[in-house]
Design a protein around this ligand. Structure first.
Ligand SMILES: Nc1ncnc2c1ncn2[C@@H]1O[C@H](COP(=O)(O)OP(=O)(O)O)[C@@H](O)[C@H]1O
Ligand SMILES: [Mg+2]
Length: 350
């Protein structure tokens, strides 16, 4: 469905400054896949999506989307895809139902089909009750569902969603996901969905595949489970008396599957945690406890934690995604606004 080869985008900001937004991204997305592109602000997620949706021309490299080259056949690509941009779409003063019908007609649907399709989408995305209201009277969650409906009006087989849930509260995020997943499986051929997010839990729970990008490059690409097992490992924390911590750490270093061992700070009650990164925490723990017992080290507490995608990112970059300030969804200072703001996405695509 998507194939890119060394896709690159440079923005020449001034005579002396060029931003290398995307630096040679090569990826393949098969039909029906649900892929999350995860990365901190400024990683190049939006720029990548904009190249794949023909809104921005690559500086170099190539991309084929739905079988067509984005540079030589942008019209074909546009007809095959839906795109819900970061800022959202939709004429604010339009009535919800009319907005959907209009967008359908822009996409070349005849009047009757556009009406039918609008009604179907209103129903599917739980917007029937809001159908006669003005777009700008919708709540954030309703507005985002309308954005998704607009992206789907021409029944694309491939949908791009740029930060679909940013700014929504947890309830509305869950609700949006429920709708998107239902729409996806309702189609005869499951829709291919590529979305960007900086919500780690969201990528973890819903995506079948996670592509981690940082500084314009793909730094990991696999299922969330595989990334965690390969790149982070489970964390087993054993607490012992402070005086036993070094001996336990030495023993854990030699245990099968151990990747790294760290002795934490002494605690008020005289205990000290020994943190063991290991491929399979639940599997390794019994052996660790037996070895500790045999060495006369009394373990007083055991914790086994599965890694998060943040641990994966930390393992890959030495930085925490949480600490890059992305969780709030705020743009970093100096972030240039894209030329799309203020226009509707469909206007640009159509
Ligand atoms: N139109 C533009 N002009 C100049 N720089 C841009 C433009 N669009 C994006 N950038 C820069 O390219 C980098 C990647 O941006 P973007 O693709 O929006 O990242 P993300 O979506 O991952 O937050 C950032 O450094 C951003 O400031
Ligand atoms: Mg972005």
């Amino acid at each position: 469905m998507i194939r890119t080869d060394a896709l690159t985008k440079d923005f020449v900001v001034s005579r002396t400054r060029t931003v290398h937004a995307v630096r040679g991204i090569s990826l393949d997305v098969a039909p029906g896949e649900l892929v999350a592109v995860l990365g901190p602000n400024g990683a190049g997620k939006t720029t990548t999506l904009r190249m794949l949706t023909t809104l921005t021309r690559p500086t170099s490299g190539s991309a084929t989307v739905a079988g067509y080259d984005v540079v030589t056949h942008p019209d074909r690509v546009r007809a095959a895809i839906g795109y819900v941009g970061q800022g959202g779409a939709g004429g604010a003063s339009q009535v919800v139902r009319d907005e959907l019908r209009t967008q359908g007609e822009i996409y070349g649907l005849d009047r009757r089909t556009a009406r039918r399709r609008a009604d179907e989408l209103l129903e599917a995305l739980d917007l029937t009750e809001q159908a006669d209201r003005k777009v700008d009277s919708l709540s954030g969650g309703q507005r985002r569902r309308l954005d998704v409906a607009v992206g789907l009006v021409h029944e694309p087989s491939l949908l791009f969603l740029d930060e679909p849930s940013t700014g929504l509260d947890p309830h509305n995020r869950a609700n949006l996901w429920e709708h998107v997943l239902r729409m996806r499986t309702a189609a005869a051929d499951p829709m291919t969905i590529v979305l960007t997010t900086h919500y780690l839990d969201e990528a973890d729970t819903f995506a079948e595949r996670v592509i981690v990008v940082d500084h314009g490059q793909v730094i990991a690409d696999d299922t969330a489970d595989a990334l965690k097992a390969d790149l982070a490992g489970d964390l087993v924390t054993l607490r012992v008396a402070a005086g036993d911590a070094a001996a336990l750490a030495a023993l854990a270093e030699r245990a099968p599957g151990t990747r790294s061992v760290r002795v934490g700070a002494p605690e008020a009650d005289g205990g000290r945690p020994v943190e063991i990164r290991t491929a399979d925490g639940p599997g390794a723990t019994p052996g660790l406890l037996r070895a500790a017992d045999a060495a006369g080290l009394a373990v007083t507490r055991v914790d086994v934690a599965r890694p998060t995608l943040d641990d994966v990112f930390l393992g890959l970059t030495g930085r925490s995604l949480r600490e890059t300030g992305v969780q709030g969804g705020d743009e970093p200072p100096g972030e240039p606004t894209t030329d799309l703001s203020g226009t509707t996405t469909k206007e640009v695509l159509a």
